[in-house]
Design a protein around this ligand. Structure first.
Ligand SMILES: *Cc1c(COP(=O)(O)O)cnc(C)c1O
Length: 370
């Protein structure tokens, strides 16, 4: 007799499904026996320009120090971030990607009997970190695919400790404006931590999206999380950060792993933060690519969810799984989102102009086959 180690897992974990990442290029190349150079991946919202050259140079310079533990306090990066964001260094928490921040928050503030509130169609990591610590997920209905902030407020009860909000949201690309955030924060009980996940904030133009940092001084129960994985082009290195009150930062610092951000990630993030030009060009390329995809989808007679991020969720007008498979056979990897309650949508990351064209051609071909 051996133990049933699925049944022995805590109840919340038994109910989880593993996170499904975008299919790696090499995996598709192996499966279809095709040249990886002929495959394009628009599946993980990565920066199609590659990394900032300054960040890559910083990594090369730091290689000799690989045998040493990294600076567990991330002094240099915290200094830079605090200046850039207008906060004190003791308000900055570094994470192994911003997913690490979300997990640290859950470990510090959630437990069995407590709950986290988030939206339908929200980022897949929120239920994972919540249920992994035995807490309950309270899912508020979405409105027009986006966060319904009044419904999220209504979902908060006396056992709620955390609200996870992504603005823009992934995988929908939906967003809300500064007034909506202000109204929401004014109503949230002060003992509920609001985690505002701004993974795509660098793509925002004009005043369409609130800058969460503007609300930090007024709301000690606000935490803003950001990442170097998207506009900064460093997804593989795993580095993100949180800005919060010093008290929340102190709590997170108690539970994080001591060396959660490696030395190459630290130096690369410092260099990337200084490369303002790279982020500007990323934003411009994204805006142009968004228009290209929108006009291409319009020509195909498709509808999509308007997006302020570096991806777009297109409604293929039928079950999307076979369309996804058809695109794979054309060497185009996008992201199916049925697991997010969106069985007719595919999420497409905005690529280089030539990649966007290839996607549109492949989509046209696959849809025409019926
Ligand atoms: C991509 C993404 C992140 C960033 O994840 P990292 O761990 O920093 O790579 C966080 N939140 C959302 C909503 C995302 O889409």
């Amino acid at each position: 007799m051996s133990g049933d180690f699925l049944a022995l897992a805590q109840a919340g974990v038994q109910k989880l499904s593993p996170y499904v990442p975008g299919k790696p290029v090499d995996e598709l190349a192996r499966e279809l026996n095709i040249d990886p150079a002929r495959i394009i991946k628009l599946a993980s919202n990565e920066n199609p320009m590659g990394g900032s050259p300054r960040a890559l140079a910083a990594i090369r310079d730091a290689l000799a120090e690989l045998t040493r533990y990294p600076d567990g306090n991330g002094f240099d990066l915290k200094q830079l971030l605090s200046r850039r964001c207008g906060v004190e260094p003791n308000q900055v928490t570094l994470g192994n990607g911003s997913n690490d921040i979300l997990e640290i928050v859950a470990r510090a503030y959630l437990a069995p009997g407590l709950n986290a509130v988030f939206s339908e169609h929200a980022f897949a990591i929120y239920p994972i970190v919540t249920q992994a610590v035995g807490a309950d997920a309270r899912v508020a209905k979405a409105k027009d695919w986006g966060h319904d902030l009044p419904a999220m407020l209504a979902a908060i009860d006396s056992n709620t400790r955390v609200v996870f909000i992504a603005n823009p949201n992934n995988p929908t690309g939906t967003w809300f404006g500064p007034q909506a955030l202000a109204a929401f924060l004014a109503e949230v009980p002060e003992d509920v931590l609001v985690v505002l996940d701004e993974a795509y904030i660098e793509y925002a133009e004009g005043g369409d999206l609130p800058d969460g940092l503007n609300f930090l001084a007024q709301y000690p129960n606000l935490l803003v999380s950001r990442t170097f994985s998207k506009a900064y082009g460093l997804a593989s290195l795993r580095v993100g950060y949180a800005l919060s009150s010093p008290v929340v930062a102190d709590v997170l610092n108690r539970v994080r792993q001591p060396f959660n951000v490696n030395s190459l990630a630290l130096v690369a993030a410092c260099a990337a933060l200084d490369d303002v030009d790279f982020v500007d060009r990323s934003r411009q390329l994204n805006a142009v690519g968004m228009q290209q995809l929108e006009s291409g989808m319009r020509q195909l007679g498709l509808t999509w969810i308007p997006s302020k991020a570096n991806f777009i969720a297109v409604d293929v007008g039928r079950e999307a799984a076979p369309v996804y498979e058809g695109l794979l056979r054309e060497g185009v990897i996008v992201r199916p989102v049925a697991g997010y309650g969106m069985p007719n949508h595919l999420r497409v990351s905005i690529g280089l102009p030539a990649e966007n064209s290839r996607f549109l051609e492949a989509l046209n071909k696959v849809l025409a086959r019926g």
